[in-house]
Design a protein around this ligand. Structure first.
Ligand SMILES: C[S@@+](CC[C@H](N)C(=O)[O-])C[C@H]1O[C@@H](n2cnc3c(N)ncnc32)[C@H](O)[C@@H]1O
Length: 302
């Protein structure tokens, strides 16, 4: 008798809890709808104009979080395992492209390692590849100009005034190593076009070394309270992870190292081109909010 009574009480408590959950859920939905109605997503063109201002900022106007002077040892710390060894092994006929180079300090360190930091020495190697730094805005320093002039020829080039997508592949030529540290990969509004272009510039066997901050990680659960910066979804609107998307590209081998303990969850990514006929599943931009880096939402086209 007692157990029948207690099971009835249990069921009643269960029903009340269920009702509370339903009410909270309905209220949350209502709130979400109301908020969505109050706050339409920011207009993409206005945000892109704001983003331009960040690129063009100079001197005291450069936002503190827009870091443009990372050196080679920072690149070694941030990029995938194996980056330093690969860069150090390049010879004088090989080529390295750094997309989103900022002040190109990493390249200066490569050509003239100032300190004895083990990472710098290892990355700099003995032979020296021809190096091309690319940035939308010109952030060359006097040190860069002097170093490039003393090397002569086209050992160190700095390209600015355009985005990666605005260059013809023939203009740039092919590279054994492409790096991107908080550059185009984190900033572009044309994600699949960007990766497509990078792949077209790699020699077969060559690799892109990069990272994407603020993403849903391939090998870790989402944490509460994270502000995600780059969010992807399938054509049907289901969440898609950046690494699972990249692994759908053809003629590439993708390796992702999920950094769950970094300031933002970050995928550290190596993409090796393994044959020439590369293609990347196309993504369209749904949302863009300026920043350093901006926050973006993309959807697979099919
Ligand atoms: C935050 S800075 C990073 C600079 C450098 N990699 C560092 O870590 O110090 C961003 C750089 O990416 C460049 N950038 C952003 N989008 C780009 C694109 N689509 N093509 C080429 N450069 C781009 C900017 O012009 C700038 O040089």
């Amino acid at each position: 008798m007692r157990s029948v009574k207690s099971s009835m009480i249990g069921r009643k408590v269960g029903a009340v809890c269920h009702a509370i959950v339903v009410v909270i859920f309905v209220q949350a939905l209502g709130l979400k709808t109301a908020r969505t109605q109050e706050l339409p997503p920011p207009r993409i063109d206005e945000e892109i104009t704001k983003q331009e201002k960040i690129y063009r900022s100079q001197g005291a106007d450069v936002p503190t979080g827009y870091v443009t002077g990372r050196g080679l040892s920072d690149y070694a710390d941030l990029l995938p395992t194996g980056f330093c060894d690969a860069l150090g092994k390049l010879g004088s006929a090989d080529r390295w492209l750094d997309i989103g180079a900022g002040a190109a300090q990493a390249m200066l360190d490569y050509y003239a390692p100032k300190d004895d930091a083990a990472a710098n020495k290892k990355c700099a190697g003995t032979g020296k590849a021809r190096a091309v730094a690319m940035s939308i805005e010109d952030r060359r320093t006097d040190q860069w100009r002097q170093q490039a002039a003393s090397l002569g020829g086209d050992r160190m080039r700095y390209l600015s005034g355009k985005r990666l997508r605005d260059y013809l592949s023939e203009e740039l030529g092919k590279f054994q190593i492409i790096t991107d540290v908080f550059g185009g990969f984190s900033y572009t509004e044309h994600l699949s076009l960007f990766v497509d272009k990078v792949l077209s510039l790699l020699e077969v066997g060559g690799s892109l070394y990069t990272l994407v901050p603020g993403v849903h990680l391939e090998n870790a659960k989402d944490k509460l309270g994270i502000l995600y910066l780059t969010e992807l979804e399938s054509a049907a609107g289901r969440p898609e992870k950046v690494c699972s998307w990249l692994k759908k590209a053809s003629c590439v081998q993708v390796t992702c190292e999920s950094k769950i303990d970094w300031k933002r969850p970050t995928e550290v990514i190596k993409i090796q081109k393994v044959c020439s006929d590369t293609s990347v599943p196309s993504m369209k931009l749904l949302e863009f909010v300026s920043g350093y880096p901006p926050s973006r939402r993309f959807q697979l086209e099919k």
